[in-house]
Design a binder for this molecule. Structure first.
Ligand code: SF4
Length: 348
């Protein structure tokens, strides 16, 4: 059971396990230790990378207790959108785990420490709302469907686009898993932000400070005014510019990162960006810009360092790279430095 609680700390049984263990949260946060470390990691990775997954192995107790610690941390952080981002990341992690568990259950390889679909539905009070109809299809009661799909993007989730009969909406296996992820997201977000007693807040003040710094970097500037300073560009953008100017047809993610980065400079239009990057298709750049800038011309943030790393676009890191989490933060920091910003490294 411990493993199950550690993997799904939002389940009712896991919450009861924490309560019955009678853990002194004040002592726990004062002492620090693996549960607090993992709690900090849960929030940091959720906000910066969109996942609450751990990079290290923690014991079941630390995993389980790190969840309430993380809920406290995200409450103390009090940053715009933090609660929602955190809940999404926890839900995404849960989905990855329950999809694997359901597959194990179906293959009858389960050793009893996996979560079954029936258990998950029961925990969320959905047993009466979801009925398997065979071949990986399910009928979901319309009220439950509407509630769980309300936060999902995409026309296909709208009720007018679905077959509706006898008060149920048919969904396939993958859609059901998405709806269950939404149920987890709802539960994780429930009650957040918490009102945190002073002794607990004091015990976590250092961790909250670290998270604040990380979040500030993760919420990079969305636009720059004035001329772009080529000498302040991060190494990854230098590299992408070089490749593009050499005539390489960049992969879509690399092109998106480069154009998205340049789109944050207010005075660059599609023609300018195409010229800087050596792209011979300004119309395609114009189309990308339309998608990247909102009605007021403010650009959506291009990929973070974590995403750039995942795609292999983070290259030639320098010392400043170790201190930031976003290429735009790099530029902001470098351009704000008193000297060296004017040196012309790449552009004409
Ligand atoms: S760490 Fe960030 S800014 Fe530095 S090269 Fe990698 S992606 Fe670019």
């Amino acid at each position: 059971m411990q493993r199950l609680h550690a993997r799904y700390p939002f389940l009712s049984a896991a919450r009861e396990a924490v309560q019955s263990a009678d853990v002194d949260l004040v002592a726990l946060v004062r002492e620090g230790g693996p549960a607090v470390e993992r709690g900090v990691e849960r929030v940091r990775r959720a906000l910066l990378e969109g996942t609450a997954e751990s990079e290290e192995r923690y014991g079941a107790r630390a995993e389980l207790l790190s969840y309430p610690v993380a809920r406290v941390l995200v409450s103390l952080l009090d940053a715009p959108g933090a609660t929602e981002k955190y809940a999404r990341a926890e839900a995404a992690l849960a989905q990855r785990r329950f999809v694997a568990d359901f597959a194990e259950e179906r293959s009858l390889r389960s050793g009893g420490e996996t979560l079954s679909l029936g258990d998950l539905l029961a925990d969320f009070g959905l047993s009466g709302d979801v009925r398997p109809t065979g071949d990986g299809q399910f009928d979901v009661a319309v009220a439950a469907y509407l509630r769980l799909s309300s936060g999902l993007d995409g026309e296909d989730w709208r009720l007018v686009r679905r077959r509706l009969h006898d008060g149920v909406v048919p969904v396939d296996n993958a859609e059901l898993e998405t709806l269950l992820r939404e149920a987890v997201r709802e539960r994780v977000a429930e009650g957040l932000p918490l009102t945190v007693p002073d002794p607990i807040a004091e015990g976590l003040s250092e961790a909250v400070g670290q998270l604040r710094t990380a979040v500030a970097d993760a919420d990079p500037p969305r636009s720059f005014t004035g001329r772009m300073e080529p000498g302040s560009l991060p190494p990854c953008m230098h590299a992408l510019l070089d490749r593009s100017r050499d005539g390489e047809d960049l992969p879509e993610h690399s092109r998106f990162a480069l154009v998205g980065f340049l789109a944050t400079f207010d005075d660059l239009d599609a023609h300018d960006i195409a010229a800087i990057a050596g792209l011979d298709d300004p119309e395609r750049v114009r189309y990308q810009l339309q998608r990247l800038r909102d009605d007021r011309g403010v650009a959506f943030a291009p990929p973070s360092c974590a995403t750039m790393q995942a795609y292999g676009d983070c290259v030639n890191q320098d010392d400043l790279c170790a201190e930031i989490a976003h290429p735009l933060s790099y530029y902001e920091r470098r351009a704000g430095e008193p000297s060296g910003a004017e040196e012309d490294a790449t552009a004409d």
